[in-house]
Design a protein around this ligand. Structure first.
Ligand code: NDP
Ligand code: AKG
Length: 425
């Protein structure tokens, strides 16, 4: 057997790639994965690092570092978002790319996994500076991206506006409009109805599926959501609309708690009129992001960043159910603590897969030159999410493992079978 028999010891502050690998190792061991497939999958296929000199508004030239990692393309073209954030680094991007491989396999869509990013602080940049950066990043990745090769999408710090610039820059370089090179575009450029809401919608569908298993009545169940960007705000809105009492929300300015429930429509309107921040939001007590995580609630939705539920705070988590909107919010060491406490965690690679699922629908529509109605998009996404949830739940039960390891088993099994049937080894 391969070297994965003894999962690597995990240090206190977890490197996200090592954290991902420790779960992968356990699932690979349970599956009895062959050495060749194991060794191929533990290393990303391609890692690209570029330097991007940008003229800032004050005339100074600043050099940014950009990344794109393709973890695997054995299931189809690589797929994954682009993150603009100060914490972006190669280990983070490698982990996020691998998670995309597992995520696409869990929901059974024909894509491999990739991720990209630029180390920058978009909050401190003008729209013009962000546009120049996105266009420079696209130019640097012209040989990597392509509708049959690697298809980017939004992630933290990017959205439809940035995807429009990417599509335009790529199309200019090819002398023709190629909208299928990227998903998460504005609707008029070939974006799909439902994509903006899709990740939050998948979180909501996963939360309801898990509450049903745990016999938690969703009407009046309490919930705390960390992060109020694309994923967090839409998860909160959809849960609130369906009768869940969202008692806490947060962004980088802090967390806002009201035991009687927060009016999410009012919070969204406040954020949108307040330069995108919840700072100063009334009708709630201000608490810290750390305190939000340990509130006594039925459901906790971490939807901001990785590594927020750690070995330090896991013993104090009081939620019955965690539904991971963010990628990698729970460290590998914290997994065991949550499980011992009987907390169910619906893992990122399942819970937040609604986004890439509707990205897939967008790519299909672009290639067909056709548009689907919102009803069709939502119905198909919900069906895929529910089926994936059931498959992961059953697999976890069969192996007496957590939902997370169940999800890794489902994905790694699919990837391994693909290698075998394609006759690679
Ligand atoms: N967008 C998508 O379709 C998908 C995203 N994801 C994952 O979901 C997570 C969130 O992504 P997305 O919603 O797109 O990103 P956004 O940039 O839209 O939102 C991020 C949110 O997190 C908040 N935030 C950032 N840092 C912290 C912090 N240290 N403490 C508390 N809150 C913080 C931000 O606050 P502020 O606004 O004040 O900066 C913002 O509210 C990421 O892990 C991403 O990889 C997963 C699948 C798909
Ligand atoms: O929509 C996509 O293609 C990818 C979204 C993403 O980056 C993610 O699911 O983490």
């Amino acid at each position: 057997m391969a070297s994965y028999i003894e999962p690597a010891p995990i240090k206190d502050k977890e490197n996200p790639f090592e954290s991902m690998m420790s779960r992968f190792d356990l699932a690979a061991q349970i599956l009895g994965l062959d050495d060749a497939t194991y060794n191929v999958l533990k290393t990303p296929m391609k890692q690209v690092i570029v330097s991007l000199p940008i003229t800032m508004d004050d005339g100074a030239v600043k050099v940014f570092e950009g990344y794109r990692v393709i973890h695997s393309n054995i299931l189809g073209p690589a797929k994954g978002g682009i993150r603009f954030d100060m914490d972006v680094n190669i280990n983070e991007v490698k982990a996020l790319a691998a998670w995309m491989t597992w995520k696409c396999a869990v929901v059974d869509i024909p894509y491999g996994g990739a991720k990209g990013g630029v180390t920058c602080n978009p909050r401190a940049m003008s729209a013009g500076e962000i546009e120049r950066l996105m266009r420079a990043y696209t130019t640097a990745m012209l040989d990597i991206f392509g509708p049959d090769k690697d298809i980017p999408a939004p992630d933290m710090g990017t959205g439809p506006r940035e995807m429009a610039w990417l599509m335009d820059e790529f199309s200019k370089a090819h002398g023709t409009t190629i909208n299928a090179v990227v998903t998460g575009k504005p609707l008029v450029l070939g974006g799909s109805l439902g994509r903006v809401e899709a990740t939050g919608r998948g979180v909501m569908v996963s939360a309801f599926a898990a509450m049903e298993k745990m016999k938690i009545n969703p009407y009046g169940a309490t919930c705390a959501v960390q992060g109020f960007g694309n994923v967090g705000s839409i998860s909160a809105k959809l849960l609130h609309e369906r009768g869940v009492k969202v008692v806490a929300i947060s962004d980088i300015s802090g967390a806002y708690y009201n035991e009687n429930g927060i009016d999410i429509t009012a919070a969204l309107a406040y954020r949108d009129l307040n330069k995108g921040t919840l700072e100063g939001f009334k009708d709630a007590e201000k608490i810290s992001n750390e305190d939000l995580l340990t509130l006594e609630v039925d459901v906790l939705v971490p939807a901001a960043k990785e590594d927020v539920i750690t070995v330090e705070n896991a013993p104090r988590i009081r939620a019955k159910l965690i539904v991971e909107g963010a990628n990698g919010p729970t460290s590998a060491k914290a997994d065991a603590i949550l499980r011992d406490k009987g907390i169910m965690a619906v893992p990122d690679i399942l819970a937040n897969a609604g986004g890439v699922t509707v990205s897939y629908f967008e790519w299909v529509q672009n290639r067909l030159g056709y548009k689907w109605g919102l009803d069709r998009v939502n119905r198909r996404c919900d069906r895929i999410m529910k089926d994936a949830f059931e498959k992961v739940y059953t697999t976890a039960e069969k192996h007496n493992q957590s939902m997370r390891i169940g999800a890794y088993i489902v994905s790694i099994d699919k990837v391994a079978q693909t290698y075998q049937l394609r006759g690679r080894f």
